[in-house]
Design a protein around this ligand. Sequence first.
Ligand SMILES: [Zn+2]
Length: 279
Amino acid sequence: MLIDCHVHTNLEGTSKEGFLRALDAAGVDKAVLFSYQPASFSASAAAGGGGAKENVPDPAAALKDLMEWAAYSDRIVPMFWIDPLDEDAQEQVDRAVAAGVAGFKAICNRYYPGDSRPMEVWSRIAAAGKPILFHSGILYADGPCSNYNRPVGFEPLFDIPGLRFALAHVSWPWHDECLAVYGYWHFRRDVGAVTSDMFIDTCPGTPRIYREEVMRKIYGIGYDLEDGIMFGTDGSTKYDAGYTEQILAMDKSALDSCGATAEQREKYYGKNAARFLGL
Ligand SMILES: [Zn+2]
């Protein structure tokens, strides 16, 4: 089972049939699809954005669009992109859960993940039994915002009961810090201090020359990271099968050079994501 855990809605990539054909061409069984970015993020050039704010679907429209994708095929796993500073963020969580989302996506572009209002939203998501996939690492957006996305900033989330959360891009360029934070979470879970579950999404971001180094560290560091890493592409509904094939080839050579076992590969390519998503 190959799961791409990181795919964005691109308003120009509207053919559902074409999307599934591209997944087939890349050999991807399931894709985790994020709803269109919230207005607070949409003036940025990142993540397929660049659109004017006035053209951005409101949260209800973004959720409706997302669920239409999910209804088209059970290979499309829907995640709602939430802005926890929206006044009705708590209600947005409830509405998305009621609509049947598999989880939530967030990018901390003007708040720290451990700030009190976001923490209340993450807690509500955890109480609903849903996971959250976060951007982490350098953030190309409107202005200075990368500092909100440093791995250590996510430590307060360890203490949210039952929360399943993932940091994307191995937090590049803070990949060492990301692995250290995972190690700290792993320690706290092992001593029974927390009940959260942490994951790392390896989607690029990480430039090619760092990728093999990152993989070597993941398999060599000794924090059972093989149980927490997930394959992703940071692609979009304008899915580029050739790009996914390039990442798969890059990862295969990195995994080969680490001597990763068949079982470790199965976890990386699908099993860990299935656990993250509660599939
Ligand atoms: Zn992304």
